[in-house]
Design a protein around this ligand. Structure first.
Ligand code: ANZ
Ligand code: ZN
Length: 808
């Protein structure tokens, strides 16, 4: 019998689809398990090998959990709104809806080709009006609860996409998607108040089983910091409120810095207070075009302008100090103004060195502050040059000065977050229309819910306009409408939602994908929530993963969902690199197409290889040779079927190895150590070739291999008669059980000699190697007595019998 994967694989895929083998119901006597992978963006390139790693991994987990007796929800869908499709549509003059439809068809074919056990009855598509109706509905709820608002603010603007970007979409000053420079632009935008949830988004991580680096990245991104707001007076009489995490260093504040956009600067310019107004204005203009990242880059040369005509007064000692504007102070953080303490803050120190500001040490660190600022982070540093704080540690000084400020009415403790509200408008066509209407008389009005979905109209051209208006703004028929409040003439919002909207709640829709009364029924939500295990890319940690936690918390607050958090467990995979360890890219010509691999070696080899490629959480390089190695492994499994011996049970020679392997593969799959699970299966196959293999032995192997190479296993399972005998496909069997006692190696007693004289006996696992035996022997007090103060120069091992330690 030949291993003819090309005919076997489509055969089983067809059977699974026709019999709906992996369909699950929203009720069961079994415990539920919801396994989730990030749904793909259906791009024109089709499924990438990068997708196959997380998808195969969770497919293995889902298949095993079914065999463990769970009712498993493992769904798939398409996150299809967004720029790549729109840009493709513009270039090729094909409607984005058509592009999306064709790409989805291609992705679906590929996902079937790989044998994934998705419940195909639950497929969703974020661009389907029956789906985005609920995305719009959630937006309306956010609006009604004061969490969506429109405001004019400087936003990140991609010069090439001609579109606003969220902070999360700007990577190192350029557009995450196209790599073009990002500038600041004043625009009116819909915003979502994710900041209202900042504290809860941090606190609730504690109860979740997320890998540590995800928790850390989210916490850093939310960026909670504790400190104080302190009011300085300006010599004009105005109040300047600063935010500092180090109120203990107030006596060392020798100048102040305002962000170039600060209201007071505008105010002083208007009043003609500043003698160097031209210089100030020129600096403001230069700063406006830079992104926050460029402005705060640490090793960037500090720039700024000293305001001529006004000074600040340090409230602790009444000293008049200069006020600068500089772009290293951001208008969007804290109060947009700082007290500068050059002795203890690196940025302030660099600035002070350049502009000749006074540097006063206030925390003794034993270093020369004239040479370098030392950030006195150490809580045990001692305050100096600070009047009533002198002699206190930093830790003790902070509450003392905070209380002093509170008593004087010039300051108070303050918590700040780096997290900013989420810019929720895009001036593009291919997105969910924002269901809002503007009336000159009534202002912004939400569309009544019974008018949802607000359909995205057909347009002739999708090009964004140069002034940054959405293509929808040219569709006057669509734009002009009536005010839902007064019935007078009104205009629709023409911005659309960002790509992250649809994915912020998609995992809920899978629970009840065809519901037209609610985003999902209460019963379905109660049954499946939360997602038990969600695997996805690290690149989504501060985007999708954070956004969807925010939406979910909001839906929980308004009583729509039953749990505070959407996902109980989050894991993440490493990237697949090209052969040679470089990123796969068209320009390098090292892109691997899963279609080619499947055509040449079969989906089971592709699946086994992508699980065997290396530690799941680490990046791994593609290797054609290793693919061939995995194919050979499957061939060996296949060929073994022709030399099975009778016997339904495990044969004595293999029994221990089988129990050990079941334990190892079971534990490894749960720990996502797929590579070592496969290595254990390979070792077992070697044992079977060496010892002979009974029908019972082989069945255990097939069941363990079935999550990895499901097509081949089903074919063997059927043709060898197991299906008839045991009732049903391999994927419907129970996961093999192991007997713990049979996984433990037999123990032997060994004699320990020191220089040829018997000194002790020890118990070690059978067949222990020399290092293990010597280590065990050296733990024995009697052996220690005779080897003390000597060097072990030689050891002689008689396996399972004796070890002789030669010590001199
Ligand atoms: C005085 C001081 C002394 C500071 C010292 C630090 C060290 P995190 O921890 O990130 O919250 N800061 C405040 N607002 C700022 C803004 N809008 N743009 C740039 N920097 C700003 O940082 C808070 C610290 O960053 C604040 O504490 C302030 O400098 C600065 F030894 O005040 B500190
Ligand atoms: Zn009105």
């Amino acid at each position: 019998m030949k291993y003819d994967f090309a005919s076997i694989e489509p055969k089983w895929q067809k059977k699974w689809a026709e019999e709906k083998t992996f369909h699950c119901e929203n009720h069961s006597d079994k415990p539920k398990f919801y396994a989730l992978v990030e749904f793909p963006y259906p791009s024109g390139q089709g499924l990438h090998v990068g997708h196959t790693r997380p998808y195969t991994a969770m497919d293995v987990v889902a298949r095993k959990r079914r065999m463990d007796g769970y009712n498993v929800l493992f769904p798939m869908g398409y996150d299809a709104f967004g720029l790549p499709t729109e840009n493709y549509a513009i270039k090729n003059h094909i409607h984005p809806a058509k592009v999306t439809h064709d790409n989805i068809a291609n992705f679906t074919k590929q996902l079937h080709m790989l044998g994934y056990s998705f419940d195909w009855d639950r497929v969703i598509n974020t661009t389907d009006p029956s789906y985005y109706k609920w995305t719009q509905w959630i937006f309306l709820q956010l609006y009604k609860h004061g969490l969506a608002y429109k405001t004019t603010m400087p936003v990140n603007w991609c010069t090439s996409c001609k579109c606003v970007l969220a902070n999360e979409e700007v990577v190192e000053g350029v557009c995450e998607r196209c790599g073009s420079p990002v500038i600041r632009k004043e625009k009116s935008q819909w915003m979502l108040k994710i900041t209202e949830y900042a504290q809860r988004l941090i606190d609730d991580l504690d109860d979740l089983d997320f890998i540590e680096r995800v928790k850390i990245q989210q916490k850093n991104w939310i960026g909670r910091s504790t400190g104080a707001e302190v009011t300085f007076k300006a010599t004009t009489g105005a109040d300047i409120v600063v935010y500092t995490t180090r109120p203990d260093t107030l006596f060392g504040a020798t100048y102040m810095v305002l962000s170039p956009e600060h209201e007071l600067v505008k105010n002083w310019l208007e009043k003609g207070i500043l003698k160097n107004a031209d210089e100030v204005k020129a600096y403001q203009r230069a700063a406006a075009s830079k992104s926050d990242l460029e402005r705060t880059e640490l090793n960037k040369e500090k720039t700024g302008v000293c305001l001529d005509g006004v000074k600040g007064v340090n409230p602790v000692n009444g000293k008049e100090i200069p006020i600068f504007i500089s772009d290293y102070v951001l208008s969007t953080y804290g109060t947009g103004a700082i007290m500068a303490v050059p002795a203890h803050d690196d940025r302030d120190w660099e600035f002070a060195k350049k502009f000749g500001c006074e540097i006063i040490e206030v925390v003794s660190g034993g270093e020369d502050v004239q040479k370098a600022a030392f950030t006195a982070k150490d809580e045990t540093g001692i305050l100096v040059n600070s009047d009533f704080l002198n002699g206190l540690t930093v830790k003790d000084a902070i509450p003392v000065i905070t209380k002093w400020l509170e008593e004087k009415g010039i300051g108070h403790a303050k918590v700040n977050f780096k997290l900013r509200d989420w810019v929720f408008s895009r001036q593009r066509y291919w997105g969910e229309p924002i269901p809002m209407v503007y009336c000159e008389k009534c202002g912004w009005q939400p569309l009544p819910e019974d008018q949802l979905p607000l359909l995205l109209p057909d347009v002739d051209s999708y090009e964004p306009t140069d002034d940054g208006e959405s293509p929808l703004s040219k569709m006057t028929d669509w734009v002009n409408t009536t005010c839902p409040h007064c019935g007078g003439p009104a205009k629709r919002e023409t911005d659309t939602m960002p790509q992250w909207a649809g994915s912020s709640w998609y995992f809920l829709r899978y629970m009840d994908p065809h519901n037209d009364k609610a985003l999902a029924s209460k019963e379905a939500l109660a049954y499946w929530s939360p997602v038990d295990w969600y695997n996805g890319g690290m690149e989504h940690t501060t985007l999708h993963l954070l956004y969807s936690r925010f939406w979910h918390k909001f839906l929980y607050d308004i009583g729509v969902v039953p749990t505070k958090e959407p996902y109980q467990k989050r894991t993440s995979h490493g990237m697949i690199l090209g052969e040679g360890g470089e990123k796969m890219s068209k320009s390098r010509g090292n892109v691997v197409n899963p279609n080619d691999v499947v055509a040449q070696y079969g989906a089971d080899t592709m699946r086994t290889y992508i699980m065997f490629i290396g530690d799941f959480e680490k990046a791994a390089s593609w290797s054609d040779n290793a693919v061939k190695g995995c194919k050979r492994f499957l061939d060996r499994v296949w060929n073994l079927s022709e030399q099975l011996t009778d016997g339904e049970g495990y044969s004595a020679a293999n029994e221990s190895a089988i129990h050990k392997t079941i334990k190892k593969v079971s534990d490894d799959i749960e720990a996502m150590k797929f590579n070592t699970a496969i290595a254990a299966l390979m070792a077992l196959v070697n044992d079977f070739y060496a010892n002979g293999c009974s029908k019972g032995d082989y069945a255990a192997l097939l069941l363990m291999l079935s999550p990895f190479a499901p097509h081949m296993v089903e074919e063997l399972w059927e043709t060898l008669g197991y299906a008839a005998q045991r009732g049903g496909m391999a994927c419907q069997q129970s996961w093999p059980a192991y007997d713990e006692s049979k996984t433990i190696d037999a123990q032997v007693q060994m004699a320990v000699q020191v220089c040829g004289k018997l000194r002790a006996t020890i118990t070690v696992p059978m067949d222990s190697d020399e290092a293990t035996v010597v280590a065990e022997a050296m733990k024995d007090p009697k052996v220690q007595k005779f080897t003390e103060g000597k060097n072990l120069v030689k050891t002689i091992l008689v396996p399972n019998k004796l070890v002789n330690l030669i010590a001199k």
